[in-house]
Design a protein around this ligand. Structure first.
Ligand SMILES: C[S@@+](CC[C@H](N)C(=O)[O-])C[C@H]1O[C@@H](n2cnc3c(N)ncnc32)[C@H](O)[C@@H]1O
Length: 338
């Protein structure tokens, strides 16, 4: 056997076969979430006919969808009919604390955009204008902000265990989106007040979310553009979360410099995001996230945590620390003090 033949027989095509149909699974979840399957099954088991009536769908295809969802571990069937699996009941039923339906809806909205990856590669321009979900289209903006909120509820709970803000009083949350992190951090660390700087249409929704979390007294909102608006000074913590992946290295470094200048001596600069390892190809999720950002933001991509740490050092920060979020979260946090 030649070396090439040996290599070929030793290789298992299973990973490729999984990749070829991976989108079937996403699309099934997106559609079930969008048409309200998990909401319909949340209270009691339903017959096929009752599910089809609740969703305004036809019974034959609805049966196929239900069986596919059983295969994906989202639905179970017994003598009483179809009901949500524990996984779907906890994460896909509207109104639950861990609800991910809005975040799924955001990915669902991006599905067609991913179909234009080749175009983005040829033009180096996102097929989806970011203004669409950052203010211009009120419905998409609302879904984006609530999707960020759903995600941030989970990620933010991990962040509050990773950073110690005891004794800190004034947090500036740059590109703070729904304000969820600020609400969670100010709840965990007594005496801390936060300001969320984000685009006007986004902070309008953030105010609702912050009020819903009972945090209006602790979290205020500052409408603005982080590229142009002067950062308020006197902070002892600045958080830049989920922002660096939208920006070039040059802009990231400029944001770090300006954030640092807004901090009091001893202040803490926290940069949280999806970061790759040095080299950029791992973890796979982070590298793919770079493509997602290529498709959705003019300068979108992904940075390596080691690069971000080097930018903090170059900006004069000290005690640089990098920590991964607990699995399965793909995020990492890098911080330094001034
Ligand atoms: C992925 S979200 C991160 C939100 C939040 N910090 C989090 O981690 O959940 C990026 C945020 O940056 C905001 N953003 C993008 N460009 C901006 C700009 N030029 N000025 C202010 N905010 C901006 C978006 O509105 C969005 O809320």
């Amino acid at each position: 056997m030649t070396e090439r033949q040996q290599t070929r027989s030793a290789l298992d095509p299973t990973p490729l076969l999984r990749l070829i149909t991976a989108y079937w699974e996403s699309r099934t979840l997106f559609t079930a979430n969008r048409i309200g399957l998990f909401e319909a099954l949340a209270k009691e088991p339903l017959s096929l006919e009752a599910v089809a009536a609740a969703l305004n769908t036809r019974p034959r295809p609805t049966r196929l969808l239900l069986k596919a969802c059983i295969g994906l571990g989202l639905v179970v069937e017994d003598a009483d009919g179809f009901r949500n699996s524990p996984l779907a009941q906890v994460f896909l039923t509207p109104g639950t604390e861990a609800y991910l339906g809005n975040a799924i809806r955001y990915s669902d909205n991006l599905y067609d955009t991913w179909g234009r990856l080749e175009q983005a590669l040829r033009e180096d321009r996102p097929p989806l204008a970011q203004e669409t979900y950052l203010g211009v289209d009120p419905e998409k903006t609302c879904q984006f902000v609530y999707g960020m909120h759903n995600r941030a509820l989970g990620i933010g709970k991990a962040l509050v265990t990773l950073v110690d803000l005891s004794g800190r009083r004034r947090l500036l949350d740059i590109g703070g989106g729904p304000g969820t992190y600020s609400a969670l951090l100010t709840a965990k660390f007594p005496g801390l007040k936060a300001q969320v700087l984000d685009l006007p249409e986004v902070v309008a929704i953030a105010k609702e979310i912050v009020a819903g979390m009972g945090a209006t007294e602790r979290v205020s909102c500052l409408p603005g553009d982080y590229l142009k608006t002067a950062f308020p000074g006197g902070n002892d913590v600045v958080l830049i979360s989920g922002v660096l992946h939208r920006e070039t290295e040059e802009t990231c470094r400029a944001l770090i410099e300006r954030a640092k200048a807004s901090l009091e001596p001893g202040g803490l600069l926290i940069l949280s995001d999806v970061f790759t390892d040095a080299g950029g190809g791992t973890p796979a999720f982070a590298a793919l996230f770079g493509l997602n950002m290529l498709l959705t933001a003019p300068n979108g991509g992904v940075h390596a945590d080691a690069d971000v740490a080097a930018w903090l050092t170059a900006a004069g920060c000290k005690d640089i620390t990098t920590r991964p979020f607990p699995p399965p979260l793909p995020h990492r946090v890098v911080w330094g003090t001034v």
